[in-house]
Design a protein around this ligand. Structure first.
Ligand SMILES: [Zn+2]
Length: 176
């Protein structure tokens, strides 16, 4: 995985850039949670499910089908009436972004984007993000700092630039 504080930065930047009227605060918060959710699959190790099993780490919970399914469930919540389609897209983006970041890391196995339709694990052609240790303890040492620096450069910075671009575009649209 990329580290747990970095995954939510992706939906956070998009949500903030789109503004509260498009993505209300509670949806923004839920989207940030969803971007971390796929790594709940590390419990698979505890149940003895091997890494490359469809239900193993970076398996089904990192798939596009899972992202779509969970987004559908969340957007269907009564409190999101009247903005379901927009929020479905936002939640699906938030959840799927997790797998995409993982597929850009230097370690572990690839991401099962198309599970259960095919078991293949994928990496993106570009993999600049140092893989994060799975334990919190492992993060607070020199290795953790190196991981965080690579995430700042390859995730936080592009997210900030994209958010700024969307924000400027929206302001222009509003004025036109
Ligand atoms: Zn992950």
């Amino acid at each position: 995985m990329a580290s747990l504080i970095t995954h939510p930065i992706v939906p956070f930047s998009l949500g903030v850039a789109l503004g509260r009227r498009n993505i209300p605060l509670r949806a923004l918060f839920l989207g940030m949670m969803l971007s971390m959710l796929p790594d709940a699959d590390v419990v698979a190790f505890r149940f003895g499910i091997p890494y490359d099993h469809m239900l193993g780490h970076r398996g089904f919970s990192h798939s596009l089908l899972f992202a779509g399914g969970i987004a559908l469930l969340c957007a269907g919540l009564p409190l999101f009436r009247g903005m379901r389609f927009r929020l479905f897209l936002f939640f699906a983006f938030a959840t799927a972004s997790h797998g995409v970041l993982d597929a850009m890391t230097t370690g572990g196995k690839g991401v099962g984007f198309f599970i259960p339709f095919e078991p293949e694990r994928y990496f993106l052609p570009l993999r600049p993000i140092l893989v994060s240790p799975l334990s919190v303890k492992g993060f607070f040492n020199e290795r953790g700092w190196a991981v965080f620096k690579s995430e700042l450069l390859w995730v936080w910075l592009p997210c900030a630039v994209a958010a700024l671009a969307i924000f400027i575009f929206r302001r222009r649209e509003a004025r036109a």
